[in-house]
Design a protein around this ligand. Structure first.
Ligand code: PMP
Length: 364
C-alpha cells in the first residue's frame, strides 16, 4: 500500500482506511453484480439496497426518530444555506434567527437574507469568534420561523457542548464539521444537516435529517430540485443522486457501527484525541496559544498559533518532514489548525503532540 500521511485537512478530510480499502476492492465490480457501483442505475435493486443501508446505519447511529426523513442531497452544506430559507422563511411573514458564532454562521445568514428577514440572535464578531454563546447571550425573536446554528465552527475551532434552548421554534443545525462525532438528541432539532466530506464520506452528498411536519410545510411553488418535499417523496431519488458518494457514506457508517462500536465510543476517542493537543497548548506557558475560549474548544478542529509568528514557517516545514500535513490555519484566523475527525488515528494526534513539544524544546 502507498505511504499515507497524517492529513489534518479540515475537509475533504481523512476517511477510514477500512472504508477506502473496501471501496478499492470492490471498485471495478461489486460482488455479485459484475459492474462498478458507479456504473449501475440509481433505480436498480443493488443501489436501492445501498442507499437503504446507508439510511439504516444513520438511523441506528443517531437514534433518529421515526418522524424524521433522512435525505441525501447535492450542492454541499451551502446549498442548505439557500434551501432552508427558501423553504421556511420566504413567504412565512416571520423572521429567521441565526446564531453567528463563526465564518459558517456568517455565511449562512448572508445567504438567508436573500430570501427574507433575518436577525442575528448572537454575533461573535466582537470577540473574534472565540466562543459559542451561552444561553444568556442569545437574543431570540418571539416567533421566529426557525433558529439556525452551527454546532461546530470549523475555521475558528469552537463547538457547542449542548443544544441552545429555543422553545417551540424549529432548531436548524449545520453539523457539517462534527457530524457522527458524538451522540446527538435529534428530537431537539427540526433539521440537522451535514455535508459529508469531513466526517461521513467524500464531497458530493449532504445528509439532511428533517422532521415530517417541516417536510409537509414546504411551499409548492419551488423548483423540485430545491424542495425537501420533492426529495422526501422520491426517497432522495428525485433525480440521479451522487451514487458513489452515498455508497461511501454506507461504508463509513458500516465502519462506525462494526469497528468503532457506535457514537458513544467515537465521542470518547474524539475527546481523548482533542485533549492530547489542548494539553500541549496549555502546558506550553504561552509558546502556543489556543484560539477558542476553553469551555468552547472544538473536539474536531484545534485552532492555535505560535506566540512568535516568525516560527510559523519552520513549524510547518518540520511537521511535514514527520508526515504531519495540512496544518496551516484558515487565512481568516491565521496560525494552525489540526482537524482531527473520526478517521484521524490516535497515533496521528500523538505524533503531532510529540512534535509540538519537541519543537518548543528546540526553539525556547
Ligand atoms: N458549514 C460548515 C460548518 C463547514 O465546515 C463547511 C465546509 N467547510 C460548510 C458549511 C460548507 O460546506 P460545502 O463546501 O459543502 O458547501
Amino acid at each position: 500500500m502507498a505511504q499515507r500521511v497524517y492529513n489534518f485537512s479540515a475537509g475533504p478530510a481523512m476517511l477510514p482506511l477500512a472504508a477506502l480499502e473496501e471501496a478499492q476492492r470492490d471498485l471495478v465490480s461489486l460482488p455479485g453484480v459484475g459492474a462498478s457501483v458507479m456504473e449501475i442505475s440509481h433505480r436498480s435493486k443493488t443501489f436501492q439496497a445501498i442507499i437503504d443501508q446507508a439510511e439504516a446505519n444513520l438511523r441506528t447511529l443517531l437514534a433518529i426518530p421515526q418522524n424524521y426523513r433522512v435525505l441525501f442531497l447535492q450542492g454541499g452544506a451551502q446549498m442548505q444555506f439557500a434551501m432552508i430559507p427558501m423553504n421556511f422563511l420566504r413567504g412565512s411573514g416571520k423572521v429567521a434567527d441565526y446564531i453567528v458564532a463563526g465564518t459558517w454562521g456568517k455565511t449562512a445568514i448572508k445567504q438567508a437574507k436573500t430570501q427574507g428577514e433575518v436577525r442575528a440572535a448572537f454575533d461573535g464578531q466582537a470577540t473574534n469568534f472565540d466562543h459559542m454563546p451561552s444561553q444568556d447571550e442569545l437574543q431570540l425573536s418571539a416567533d421566529a420561523a426557525y433558529v439556525h446554528m452551527t454546532s461546530n465552527e470549523t475555521i475558528q475551532g469552537i463547538q457547542f457542548a449542548d443544544e441552545p434552548h429555543v422553545g417551540d421554534v424549529p432548531l436548524v443545525c449545520d453539523a457539517s464539521s462534527d457530524f457522527l462525532s458524538r451522540p446527538v438528541p435529534i428530537e431537539k432539532y427540526g433539521i440537522f444537516y451535514a455535508c459529508a466530506q469531513k466526517n461521513a464520506g467524500p464531497a458530493g452528498v449532504t445528509v439532511v435529517i428533517i422532521r415530517d411536519d417541516l417536510v409537509q410545510r414546504c411551499p409548492e411553488d419551488l423548483p423540485a430540485m430545491l424542495s425537501y418535499k420533492a426529495f422526501a417523496e422520491a426517497g432522495s431519488l428525485y433525480n440521479t443522486p451522487p451514487t458513489f458518494a452515498i455508497y461511501m457514506v454506507k461504508l463509513v457508517t458500516d465502519w462506525l457501527l462494526r469497528d468503532m462500536g457506535g457514537l458513544g465510543q467515537m465521542a470518547a476517542i474524539n475527546r481523548e484525541k482533542a485533549a492530547l493537543l489542548y494539553d500541549v497548548i496549555d502546558a506550553s506557558g504561552g509558546f502556543y496559544e489556543g484560539h477558542a475560549q476553553p469551555q468552547c474548544r472544538s473536539m474536531m478542529n484545534v485552532a492555535f498559533r505560535l506566540a512568535d509568528p516568525s516560527l510559523d514557517e519552520p513549524f510547518l516545514t518540520q511537521a511535514a518532514e514527520r508526515g504531519l500535513e495540512a496544518l496551516k490555519g484558515h487565512r481568516s484566523v491565521g496560525g494552525f489548525r489540526a482537524s482531527i475527525y473520526k478517521a484521524m488515528p490516535v497515533e496521528g494526534v500523538t505524533t503531532l503532540a510529540d512534535f509540538m513539544k519537541a519543537f518548543q524544546a528546540q526553539r525556547s
